[in-house]
Design a binder for this molecule. Sequence first.
Ligand SMILES: Nc1ncnc2c1ncn2[C@@H]1O[C@H](COP(=O)(O)OP(=O)(O)OP(=O)(O)O)[C@@H](O)[C@H]1O
Ligand SMILES: [Mg+2]
Length: 387
Amino acid sequence: MPKELIRLSNCAMAFDGEDVLKNINLYFNDKEFLTLLGPSGCGKTTTLRIIGGFLKPISGDVYFDGVRINDVPPHKRAVNTIFQKYALFPHLNVFENIAFGLKLQRQNGKKLSKTEISSRVFEMLDIVSLKGFEKRDVTSLSGGQQQRVAIARALVNRPKVLLLDEPLGALDMRLRKDMQIELKRIQQTTGITFIYVTHDQEEALAMSDTIVVMESGEIQQIGTPEEIYNEPKNAFVADFIGESNILDGVMHSDGLVEIFGRKFKCLDGGFKPMELVDVVIRPEDIDIVDVSQGMLKGTVTGITFRGVLYDIIVDFHGFKWLIQTTDLCPVGSKIGIKIDPDGIHIMHKSQFSGMFGDYSSFSDEYDEISDVAYEFEPEEAEGNYEA
Ligand SMILES: Nc1ncnc2c1ncn2[C@@H]1O[C@H](COP(=O)(O)OP(=O)(O)OP(=O)(O)O)[C@@H](O)[C@H]1O
Ligand SMILES: [Mg+2]
């Protein structure tokens, strides 16, 4: 059984009378990799600062191992933080940077011995794959190597919990991906609880045991990466995590939903008869078939080569879908599509309904995205096939 380590209970925060966190209830398990994910300004850093003790919530409680710690200062919490702008000490070498915190530490009122410090620094160098770098000037290191020194420095004190606020933000894409794997490995070998903040959904999916999706100071969904991706709770989560076509539907009965006046089999149930719902169809769950075989028929209005796949934009009944396919479908071609029941996910209507999930702004040509007026042009009747 996972053991609960930290709990935020009804935590709220406001700055200048403006609500920034609204009644957050969240727990973090021991040895877990948990990610706070959400758009800029949604309250991720604020949540992290409350856990670290740098901010006091205006209401609610923070518990560590069952003990209320609202009034415990940051340095007395078994928590360490890596901020986005981690500052290494430029005048100290790699070894001295990592050893810095240990030299200040006292055990039973006594300093740690030189041997103890040295063995713990070398243990950390091994964990972050920087063996042999101990004498190097930190300013001579690459971005990724500096990042690893920052991680070693934060871990050497053996915190129970490490808070990481967009730690890979400054790195280029390739290095970022390498460091994601590295961080996950470090978390698993050390067994330290990681609370990780990012607005990058791919990063969250790749690294986390648990993802908390936040928006405007509220939690929208908590789940494993698979749950969040496959069973988003509402249109906000579906749109924020990956690409989604989100359509209006009517739930006729368990396993049967109507979209565009046609009935589709699905796996979801438990809705009221004839309940209006949001339907998510992921671009990769749509098969392209001959027009004569299609459950729906549409016209390709845009195509972009993405390497392995093409992103194509297809007009169905005036609604533009994104489909990812290995088939080359030229602009103007008519295609049919098939969707398996497990590719159709049903959600209750929410405050986010109608806000996301149409790819009309991708328009006929990606180049014209900047031409705002284009979005408002009437749909060509030619694209609207009756199924
Ligand atoms: N000290 C402060 N004083 C006033 N407003 C603040 C303060 N700190 C944060 N805020 C506001 O609170 C909101 C949430 O900020 P927070 O830094 O938690 O967002 P975030 O999710 O970390 O965003 P980002 O991804 O951009 O880092 C923002 O609107 C921000 O402007
Ligand atoms: Mg932030």
